[in-house]
Write a protein that binds this ligand. Sequence first.
Ligand code: TK8
Length: 341
Amino acid sequence: MKKSVVFLVVFLTAASLVLYAGGGSEKAKAAPKPATVLKISNGINEQHPTYLACKEFEKIVESKLPGKYDVQVYANAQLGDDVRATEAVRMGTLEMVATSASPLTGLVPEFNVFDLPFIISSEKAADAIYDGPIGAKLAALLEPKGIKLLAYYENGFRQLTNSVREVKSPADLKGMKIRTMQNPIHLAAWRALGANPTPMPFSEVFTAMQQKTIDGQENPIPTIYLSKFYEVQKYVTLTGHVYGPHILLINKKMFDSFPAEDQKIILEAAQASAKFQRETNRKMNRDFIAELKKAGMVVTELTPEQVKAFQEAVKPVYDEWVPKIGKELVAEFQAAVAAAK
Ligand code: TK8
């Protein structure tokens, strides 16, 4: 009696294991594992090259890894502005973000190097930084913070707009209320220039200009045009004071959990989308100056002497910030820029 019970138990256990294994694979065929959702937060609208590049990333990833990933791109800070979305990616409550680097320098202060006024002088120099050892070094600094940098997109040369008067010299900025990104160097630079800077997320800028709680802001030409800032701003000065990156970030723990071959494809897709992004952004940067004029804006180009006055005025920012960022990193950065010319 006892023996037969033991036999029965063993038999049933073995049978259920066989059934379980078989049933499992049947089930896998019937209902495939749902795709991993990768939401990407964007601060600007659907016309901006950064958003378009995220869509390009979506297209590549979904065609090369069919059914495995569902990339969803959101615009207009619907998932949060740069600061909040980046924090969410760090925490793992959001998968990805395409953000300016400037608002995350609280996390990795070395990224402030991009915010030193006039440190990048050309598109070629920007490429040399993004695609060279400095870009890699900065990206690596994000990893202990739980973030993986997939690619350097770009924002480009930042230009000043305002609704008060034509600006040709720092003196013209006196008392002007200028919105800046949430970044200490930007605040310091505009203070040094004599303006009255105030930090604010990008999503609030248009309304603030419309309601005249601020007089101006600074952003690259594609953003100024695509965000229709010409409706609320009269003057653009081509100051080119900062060449900003947009960076494509993913939660590191999530990325590390993907199979190696998927990681490779995702990285390649990010790089391909970055190439597309920079090309598109640079084309828009050239083409949209004429569009801004057509829209009624006064576009002011500065002579080299006039640029020099701005550069002189922001020198104290270097004195204060170079030691904080790291003298060696800044020197390496400047050498790479000089070599790229
Ligand atoms: C959009 C921002 C924007 C930036 C700014 O999320 O905040 O002014 O230039 O591009 O990243």
